[in-house]
Design a protein around this ligand. Structure first.
Ligand code: SF4
Length: 255
């Protein structure tokens, strides 16, 4: 009899221990995170009419949105975009204003040389690698493309220091193609709003291309960047003044 009572006590103690371990693992942060994940999953996707409405609002507010990287021609745009990796547009502009006065073609950039180029751009992060790339891409433009910035994504991506994002920006801004570069702002806005959720920039880019009506594609890149840079800020989104706050699916929006 005593043995039976002892076994029952051990069983009860084990079950209590299991319950309290489960409770301990469920910290408020974990609970909040899983709630957020659940509520994000539960969001209804945007309807085509809502997406059209959002871009009509962007368009009415800013019919001709402009990128903020200063440039003089397709070559200086390409150089500015290559220099802007992990740097702010304002920081790049500060350096390139003087640089582009002396080197606005691949030939002039080669004549300037890597060492003097470094002096112009030393305030920009990773300037040594970037200077090397700008000289190498200038050489390649002369050797393979007659000194012109090519017009296809594959060709632009073949240039040193230029990836898919660079190619998309150049094709869009220099040649008026309907490409959509996904930078940190576009990535955040697409995911947060639920417009085109994705784990990688490429996934977001393809998602946005699929849902944005063709007539808005040319400017979509700039509308989304500017929205992320000035309204849907990373830390404190300004939901109260946001043009699309009634459409946005973010569970944590403040309106
Ligand atoms: S409502 Fe807030 S979170 Fe949603 S897009 Fe606007 S600023 Fe961003």
């Amino acid at each position: 009899m005593a043995k039976i009572i002892r076994t029952q006590r051990v069983k009860r103690a084990r079950s209590l221990a299991k319950k309290s371990a489960k409770k301990a693992n469920s910290t408020p942060g974990t609970a909040k995170r899983s709630l957020k994940a659940k509520s994000l999953k539960a969001q209804k996707p945007w309807t085509p009419a809502e997406i059209r409405e959002a871009f009509e609002r962007f368009s009415r507010a800013n019919p001709e949105p402009k990128g903020e990287l200063e440039h003089l021609n397709p070559f200086t745009l390409l150089v500015a975009v290559v220099l802007s990796a992990q740097a702010t547009d304002a920081g790049v502009n500060k350096a390139t204003r003087a640089l582009f006065q002396v080197a606005d073609t691949p030939q002039k950039m080669l004549a300037l040389g890597e060492e003097r180029l470094r002096d112009y751009i030393r305030t920009i992060g990773l300037y040594r690698t970037k200077a090397k790339n700008v000289i190498a891409l200038s050489q390649k433009l002369i050797d393979d493309f007659g000194g012109e910035v090519p017009r296809t994504r594959t060709e632009i991506e073949s240039l040193p220091g230029a990836g898919r994002k660079t190619a998309n920006v150049v094709l869009n801004m220099a040649y008026g193609e309907n490409t959509l570069a996904v930078d940190t702002h576009v990535f955040r806005v697409a995911n947060r709003t639920g417009l085109a959720p994705g784990k990688t920039p490429l996934e977001v880019e393809l998602g946005l291309e699929k849902v944005i009506p063709a007539e808005f594609m040319l400017h979509a890149h700039h509308w989304l960047i500017l929205h992320g840079r000035y309204t849907c800020l990373a830390r404190r989104p300004r939901c109260e003044v946001c043009l699309i706050n009634n459409l946005c699916r973010w569970p944590e929006k403040t309106v």
